[in-house]
Design a protein. Sequence first.
Length: 139
Amino acid sequence: MFAPADVIRYEDYEFWNPVTCMLEAKVTKLFIVLHPEPCLVLKTTSQDRRYLGARPGCRQDLKTLMISGGQESSFPLDTYVQLPQIITLPKENLDVRIQDGRIVASRKLSDACFRLVKLCLKQFKRDIAPAYWQPLFGN
């Protein structure tokens, strides 16, 4: 299974795109694992159209943490961690997708970068359901 700070690649991921108001089908996405069981992750994107003017670091106003391209080996392009959108990957779906190769661990974030992700995420406590907050940060 995955560990906190793992970056996983999920092929054929489907999600609701709030910008286009459409279901995005079968795209490859990178996620940052926050917690292994239940598997809580943050979605990332290299599409910057929602984050114009963003600079590296935590941007509460844009609800993102920008990681400069090349700063982490998993992210060759400028990457935006979409906050505070914590996603649960159900174990039964996770197991099937790992077995068929649609979900694989790519790399691990550096300790410093993962600390920054969690520190930035803490700024959104009011937006995070207690069911997610508790396993990540306790009370």
